[in-house]
Design a protein around this ligand. Structure first.
Ligand code: AMP
Ligand code: FE
Ligand code: FE
Ligand code: ZN
Length: 280
């Protein structure tokens, strides 16, 4: 059975491996298929393509920061046309909002005498800036022991003391943009309640009606109960089920291929895609 991991981040967003290192690590981990899904960017696509080892198939994608009714949610977009102007502009807006809010979090930390700087955080981010880069600065300053530890109420966990929100894209609009760009949309970690509030099943129903194709059910942030529930929802709505590690290099404690996607779901994903090819 091929091993398929459909969600991984590189240093083009908040992962720690470069896109080239990521595809090499994916092959070394014994994966047959890996998807590069950096937050709100396709900046890592070319480097990953150039470095792709023979025998590894590469799915080019992105993870789009979305919102619905004040709840933040992530949409995985696969095999879309990266030049589709409305999508390009939407991703640009998302990255700009991330930049402003990261600087605001740093300003709040600095105002409280925390020894981090905006220049330091910008230096830590090689592309799309995210909270893990602010967290890395807090680790460098010796204030927390790990990136994970910074995701608390005391620091930059959602709603936490130094947390600032960003302006995300309405999820139904995002699904429309991905489809218009020939891509396939999958709801990332739909029931990861440890990250904050999650949407109810009626919202997933609306997303399905807007053209959502799949649900990421097998994910490190899901409990067994959440996976069971999401599998049922996917079945009821005719969505395919994916599994993935959501690899972030050393920023998170999960290995490439820790969770994987079945062959049939992957075939359906590829079948639906019109915006870009699987490489390899
Ligand atoms: P942002 O997209 O800037 O709001 O930051 C969210 C990102 O932080 C996610 O994509 C994860 O990479 C990371 N993250 C979220 N929660 C945690 C956590 N508890 N521990 C470590 N990293 C986390
Ligand atoms: Fe991330
Ligand atoms: Fe995510
Ligand atoms: Zn992710």
């Amino acid at each position: 059975m091929p091993r398929i991991d459909l969600h991984a981040h590189s240093s083009a967003s908040d992962g720690t491996a470069s896109p080239a290192a990521l595809v090499r690590q994916a092959a070394a981990a014994g994966l047959d298929v890996v998807a590069l899904t950096d937050h709100d960017t396709t900046a890592g696509w070319d480097e990953a393509e150039d470095a792709r080892p023979a025998g590894l198939r590469l799915v080019r994608g992105a993870e789009i920061s979305c919102t619905h009714g004040g709840i933040s949610l992530h949409l995985l977009a696969y095999l879309f046309d990266r030049g589709h102007p409305p999508l390009v502009q939407a991703l640009q807006r998302l990255r700009a909002s991330r930049l402003g809010r990261a600087e605001l979090m740093v300003q709040r930390l600095v105002a409280d005498g925390v020894p981090v700087t905006w220049g330091q955080v910008q230096g830590l981010a090689g592309g799309t800036v995210g909270r893990p880069h602010v967290a890395q600065a807090l680790v460098e300053a010796g204030l927390v022991g790990s990136v994970e530890e910074a995701f608390s109420d005391e620091w930059i966990g959602t709603g936490g003391r130094y947390w600032a929100g960003k302006e995300d894209l309405d999820v139904l609009e995002a699904i429309g943009l991905v489809r218009d760009a020939g891509g396939v949309a999958v709801f990332a970690h739909p029931a990861a309640s440890s990250r904050g509030r999650t949407v109810g099943e009626h919202v997933i129903e609306e997303m399905a009606a807007a053209g959502l194709a799949g649900l990421e059910v097998e994910h490190p942030d899901h409990t067994e109960e959440a996976r069971r529930r999401m599998r049922d929802v996917a079945g009821a709505l005719g969505l395919f089920v994916t599994g993935s590690s959501d690899f972030h290099g050393t920023n998170k404690d999960v290995a490439l291929g820790a969770w994987t996607t079945g062959e049939a779901a992957f075939a359906e994903l590829v079948d639906r895609a019109e915006g870009a090819e699987v490489l390899g």
